[in-house]
Design a protein around this ligand. Structure first.
Ligand code: GLN
Length: 447
C-alpha cells in the first residue's frame, strides 16, 4: 500500500510505470500474506516489484513501449514472471521502456520519455529506463529488465542503482518479447548487489521452452557476497580509458578501482583491441535479428491493425507504418538491408566475424584477470532531447556495453560516484562466463 501511494504521488512526473492494476496488486499481496501466515514463504514472498513491459504477463497489458502492442493483454506469462509469481512476489505495475527495447535513453517509448529521478531534465538511460527510474525513486524495491546491448547496466548507472545482465542463457527468454535473440538477456535492477543476487536466485534457471537456456545446477548468487577481495585480479582494459571518456567519469572509475585495491585486489592492464568495432558489429547484428523477429507484427495475429485498407498487402503496410515508431522502422530497414542478397557477405557475415574477434579478446583478457572493470557509459546521463535527433551519436554512447552482449558475458553496473553536475555514475564489472557470484561479491564492496 505504501508503494502504491508513492507511485500515485511520484509516477505522474517520472512516467516510469505505464500500467497499474491496483486490484490485482492488492490481491497478490493478500495471497502473499496468507502464504506467509501458513509458514510457506520464500525469501522474497510479499516483496513488490515492477516488470519491464517486455515480459509477457498473464492478464496484464504487455505493450513493449509500442503502439503495435498497446492493445495486447498477454494470455500467458514469461518464465521470469512465472518464477517471480511462484516466489510470491507482488507485481506493482509495468515499467516504461524504449519501443521494443531499442534505445539508450528511453525517449523512444510510445508512452513518452521517462524522467531521471535525480534530475528530471536528464534521461534515465534505456531501454530499461522505467525499471531503473522506478527503483531509484523507490516506487519499487526491485525491477526486472532486459539487456541486449546495455539496457540493464546503462540505466542502472544513470539512475544510481545496481543492475546485472547475466551470462547469456542463464535467464530464460521465454515470454520476453524478442529484439535480437542472440543478445537478449533478462536480469534484475535493485538498490544493492545483495538485492540483485536475491532476485537472480528467483529469475535464473533452466527452461526447456528457450532453446538457448543453459542447463546447470541452481546457484545461490548470494554465496560469495562477503568474501574478502584479497588475491582478486582486476583487469583494466586500456581501450576503455582512452579518448571519448568524460574526465568526471574517469575520475569516479579510478576512485572505485583505488578502493578495490585498498581492499586487497590486484590491478592489471588488459587489452580489448576490437572494442571500437563493437558499435558497427552490434548495429548490424541487432537490427538484422530485429528485422526478422519483428516480422510477426503484421496486424493478423495480435496487436495493432490499421483501421482502413483495401487489400491484405495494404493492411500489412499500413499496420506497420502506423504501429511502429521511427527508431524501430530505422532498425527494420537497416536489418533487412544487411541481410539482403548482395549485402549479406559485406555486412552481416563480416559483423559475425568481428563478433568472434570480440569474444576472443575477452577470452585472452580473462587469462590475466578475474573481473574486468570500466565505465558503463562515456558520460553521465545527458539531457532529454540532447541526442534524440542524431541516432549515430546515440549509438556511440553504447561503446562500453555492447561487446559484453556480443561475447555473451555477464556484466553489471554498481553505483560508484557522481559526475561534476551531480548525476550518478556506475562502475561496470564484467565477468567471465557464469561468474555472476564473483561479480556480485566485487559489487557488494561498494555497499
Ligand atoms: N542501446 C542499445 C540499442 O539501442 C541497447 C538496447 C538494449 O540493450 N535493449 O540497441
Amino acid at each position: 500500500t505504501a508503494y502504491l501511494a508513492r507511485i500515485d504521488a511520484l509516477n505522474p512526473a517520472l512516467n516510469a510505470l505505464v500500467t497499474l492494476d491496483r486490484e490485482r496488486t492488492l490481491a497478490a499481496a493478500a495471497a502473499a500474506d496468507a502464504r506467509r501466515a501458513a509458514g510457506d514463504a520464500h525469501a522474497l514472498t510479499g516483496v513488490p516489484l515492477v516488470h519491464k513491459d517486455i515480459f509477457c504477463q498473464q492478464g496484464w497489458k504487455t505493450g513493449c513501449g509500442s503502439k503495435m502492442l498497446d492493445n495486447f493483454v498477454s494470455p500467458y506469462s514469461a518464465h521470469v514472471v512465472e518464477r517471480c509469481d511462484a516466489a510470491g512476489m507482488v507485481t506493482l505495475g509495468r515499467a516504461n521502456m524504449d519501443e521494443f527495447a531499442m534505445g539508450s535513453s528511453n525517449e523512444n517509448s510510445f508512452h513518452g520519455a521517462v524522467k531521471n529521478p535525480w534530475d528530471t531534465a536528464a534521461i534515465p538511460g534505456g531501454s530499461s529506463g522505467g525499471s531503473a527510474a522506478a527503483v531509484a525513486a523507490r516506487l519499487a524495491p526491485v525491477a526486472t529488465g532486459t539487456d541486449t546491448g546495455g539496457s540493464i547496466r546503462q540505466p542502472a548507472s544513470h539512475c544510481g542503482i545496481t543492475g546485472i545482465k547475466p551470462t547469456y542463457g542463464v535467464v530464460s527468454r521465454f515470454g520476453m518479447v524478442a529484439y535480437a535473440s542472440s543478445l537478449d538477456q533478462g536480469g534484475p535492477l535493485a538498490q544493492t548487489a545483495e538485492d540483485c543476487a536475491l532476485m537472480l536466485n528467483v529469475m535464473a534457471g533452466f527452461d526447456k521452452r528457450d532453446s538457448t537456456s543453459v542447463e546447470r545446477a541452481a546457484e545461490d548468487y548470494t554465496r560469495e557476497l562477503d568474501k574478502p577481495l584479497a588475491g582478486l585480479k582486476v583487469g583494466l582494459p586500456r581501450e576503455y580509458f582512452a579518448e571519448g571518456l568524460a574526465p568526471d567519469v574517469a575520475r569516479v572509475i579510478e576512485g572505485a578501482v583505488a578502493e578495490l585495491k585498498a581492499q586487497g585486489a590486484e590491478v592489471v592492464e588488459v587489452s580489448l583491441p576490437n572494442t571500437q568495432l563493437s558499435i558497427p558489429a552490434y548495429y548490424v547484428i541487432a537490427p538484422a535479428e530485429a528485422s526478422a523477429n519483428l516480422s510477426r507484427f503484421d496486424g493478423v495475429r495480435y496487436g495493432y491493425r490499421a483501421p482502413e485498407y483495401k487489400d491484405l498487402v495494404e493492411m500489412y503496410e499500413k499496420t506497420r507504418a502506423q504501429g511502429f515508431g521511427e527508431e524501430v522502422k530505422r532498425r527494420i530497414m537497416v536489418g533487412t538491408y544487411v541481410l539482403s542478397h548482395g549485402y549479406y557477405d559485406a555486412y552481416y557475415l563480416k559483423a559475425q566475424k568481428i563478433r568472434r574477434l570480440i569474444a576472443n579478446d575477452f577470452k585472452a583478457a580473462f587469462e590475466r584477470c578475474d573481473v574486468i572493470l570500466g565505465p558503463v557509459a562515456p558520460t553521465a546521463a545527458f539531457n532529454i532531447g540532447e541526442k534524440s535527433g542524431d541516432p549515430v551519436q546515440m549509438y556511440l554512447s553504447d561503446i562500453y556495453t555492447l561487446s559484453v552482449n556480443l561475447a555473451g558475458l555477464p556484466g553489471m553496473s554498481v553505483p560508484a560516484g557522481f559526475a561534476d553536475n551531480g548525476r550518478p555514475i556506475g562502475l561496470q564489472i564484467i565477468g567471465n562466463y557464469f561468474s555472476e557470484a564473483k561479480m556480485l561479491n566485487v559489487a557488494h564492496r561498494f555497499q
